[in-house]
Design a protein around this ligand. Structure first.
Ligand code: SAH
Ligand code: AVI
Length: 331
């Protein structure tokens, strides 16, 4: 179902999330809480509160990825858009803070035409779109509220003679398991023609203490973000999770080279999810996996790109070698 809202001449927001199907939460909770081990996908973190908490995470001293990626964009956006980019399609755009740097570079090059953010979080897309058209003369914004694993076909067709960047920034690709990651890259490639480029942000494998600190911050914002998914399930599915009865757990899995993020039950309990007519038992110490955050080597990125028919054009790394942006084109 699509609800199309004209915000003004230059902003269009289209929602592809119907009320019942909203973020596929019910299906994911039913499948995830009845699976062994239990899990729930990370896209359900991002209600309004979850998006706010993520913005706070980005400013934490331990959480280096945002600063590292932003420093690359500040220093090298002109180089990134130099192939003539006039349109930016961004998956998981959030507050669009990084998009601004790319849009500014396109404006400097005299090519800026359109921004297409895609995100499940309607409020942030709406706010970002309205602010951007105020700040960039001649820019139009076509926001797609949807799941980028399911709704990429809703991205509008190319504008004539306007090469596009299809971006997935922040290391969000790392929140998907290998199969889903490659599927997502294939979806991104399907939005491109031969003149376009993918722009992918990946966090890099590094010292384990640095990696683990980024997901176990001293101020306790990441635990709050992690537990927010239980508040979302309580509210949306009339469940009765006792949020205080779960601990945040995040550690580096050396074999898979990803941070494994979980909520651990502090006592045995039964949780009722009334909308689904479901009762779920947790043993004391049982984990609910809420997220993985994969860290990358060049080999891992090249293999994933190859599986999606993409080849690297340009690799850009921050001065401290923590984070990489990859510009890739279709083979
Ligand atoms: N790109 C931003 C935000 C990253 S946070 C940055 O680099 O800082 C991840 C964003 O992806 C959130 O805004 C979340 O709402 C969105 N998101 C996560 N899974 C999604 C999905 N399956 N479909 C659409 N948006 C998703
Ligand atoms: C959005 N994503 C790239 C973040 C990450 O680092 O994997 C989400 C996050 N989870 C805990 N802290 C940040």
């Amino acid at each position: 179902m699509s609800v199309s809202t004209a915000e003004g001449d230059r902003v269009t927001i289209e929602s592809w999330l119907s009320e019942w199907d909203d973020r596929s939460l019910a299906r994911d909770v039913l499948n995830g809480l009845t699976a062994s081990p239990k899990d729930v996908p990370p896209k359900h973190f991002y209600d309004t509160r979850g998006s706010e908490l993520f913005e706070q995470i980005c400013a934490l001293p331990e959480y280096y990825p945002t600063r590292a990626e932003t420093s690359i964009l500040i220093n090298r956006s002109d180089e990134i858009v130099a192939f003539g980019a006039g349109e930016l399609v961004e998956l998981g755009s959030g507050a669009a803070t990084k998009a601004r740097l790319l849009l500014s570079a396109m404006e400097r090059a005299g090519n800026l035409r359109r921004y297409i953010p895609i995100d499940v979080s309607e409020q942030v897309v709406r706010a970002a779109g309205n602010a951007l058209v105020d700040d960039f003369a001649g820019l139009s914004v076509h926001g797609v509220i949807g799941d980028f694993e399911r709704h990429l076909e809703r991205v509008p067709r190319h504008l004539p003679d306007t090469p596009r960047i299809v971006a997935l920034l922040g290391g969000t690709i790392g929140n998907f398991k290998p199969d889903a990651r490659r599927e997502l890259l294939r979806g991104m490639a399907s939005l491109m023609n031969s003149q376009d480029r993918v722009l992918l942000g990946t966090d890099l494998v590094k010292d384990v203490a640095v990696l683990e600190a980024a997901y176990n911050d001293a101020a306790g914002v990441t635990p709050e973000f992690n537990k927010n998914v239980l508040h979302v399930i309580n509210r949306e599915l009339d469940a009765d999770f006792d949020v205080s009865a779960f601990d945040h757990v995040a550690f580096f899995d050396h074999e898979n080279e990803w941070i494994d993020i979980r909520l651990r039950a502090l006592r045995a309990m039964t949780v009722n999810v009334r909308s689904l007519d479901l009762s779920v038992h947790f043993d004391e110490g049982e984990d609910l996996r809420t997220e993985i955050s994969a860290k990358f080597t060049p080999a891992r990125v090249n293999d994933d790109f190859a599986a999606a028919g993409l080849v690297v054009d340009h690799k850009l790394v921050d001065d401290e070698g923590r984070f990489a942006l990859w510009l890739a084109r279709t083979r």
